[in-house]
Design a protein. Structure first.
Length: 291
């Protein structure tokens, strides 16, 4: 039977399957299979090269009973609170630049540009920014605040605040663009009608902009919370997790690859995956498409 004799519906299905075969194979090989292996490793004491021994739930008991492993989640609190600062700044600038402002396109580019930079470059740049007699200390001396200079990455009380600040600077542009796109979709006629009724910019923000982008704000918040739990790039590049800056992801990587505890590291990764899935489930529950 030739291909031309097959029904149109069957031809379409064959074409769809043919186009999906390669990407689905790659997805299964490099995404699904590693996750399945990770679940299996989490129940073993494998160190990466010797024989695996099944240990059941011992790795999970270690995570929740040993403060060395689970207590690093408190570092995520710095990034969690920083997300509210990040979203607030992004929403503020998105609201302002949604109206007619001089050099609007220039400021859009300035705000979004940090998100385009490579994470390694940002880490090295801010290492120079925070080092002793670096850029930040120089600026403080120049404006007469030299007494406030600190060991920004050497003080355990300040290091996570400094690193969270870098994350705010880098990722704020992403939230800014999302908010700007949502606000730009609001018809101008609504603003014009509100101005006729005597509404100022604050009234427009409270009664028009915020209700119109409520779902976008909620989704950005969920993404930000998930990101705060999985913070890795900035603290790993700048400090390697030293001086109390290790996040749960850094601790997981160190456990698995530096100390050779692949089984325990896999269990930590499963715990993090479970938390992210729960957060995503909450998002789907309360912010569904129907809303």
């Amino acid at each position: 039977m030739s291909f031309s004799n097959i029904s149109y519906k069957a031809q379409r299905n064959i074409i769809i399957i043919a186009f999906l075969a390669v990407p689905m194979t790659l997805l299964a090989t490099f995404a699904f299979l590693p996750v399945i292996n990770m679940f299996w490793y989490s129940f073993t004491d494998w160190n990466g090269y010797s024989k695996m021994n099944f240990v059941g739930l011992d790795n999970y008991k270690t995570i929740f009973s040993n403060p060395e492993y689970f207590s690093v989640f408190r570092v995520s609190l710095y990034y969690f609170f920083a997300t509210f600062v990040q979203l607030g700044i992004a929403l503020y600038f998105a609201t302002i630049l949604s109206f007619e402002v001089k050099f609007k396109n220039f400021f859009k580019g300035v705000l979004f540009f940090p998100y385009l930079l490579n994470g390694v470059a940002i880490g090295l740049m801010f290492l120079l920014f925070f080092r002793a007699d670096g850029t930040l200390d120089t600026v403080l001396h120049a404006i007469g605040l030299g007494d406030y200079t600190q060991m920004w990455l050497g003080n355990p009380k300040l290091i996570n605040i400094s690193l969270a600040g870098v994350s705010v600077w880098r990722y704020m542009g992403f939230n800014f663009i999302i908010f700007l796109g949502a606000i730009s979709s609001i018809p101008n006629e609504i603003y014009e009608a509100s101005e006729i009724d005597g509404a100022n910019r604050w009234h427009q923000f409270i009664y028009i902009i915020l209700p119109s982008i409520k779902i976008i704000v909620s989704l950005n918040l969920i993404l930000a919370v998930s990101g705060s739990l999985s913070a890795f790039e900035i603290p790993f590049i700048m400090t390697g997790g030293a001086n109390g800056s290790a996040t749960f992801v850094i601790q997981t990587v160190n456990t698995a690859f530096r100390y050779g505890k692949i089984g325990l590291g896999s269990a930590m990764a499963v715990v993090l995956l479970f938390i992210v899935v729960v957060v995503t489930g909450i998002q789907r529950k309360f912010f569904s498409e129907g809303d």
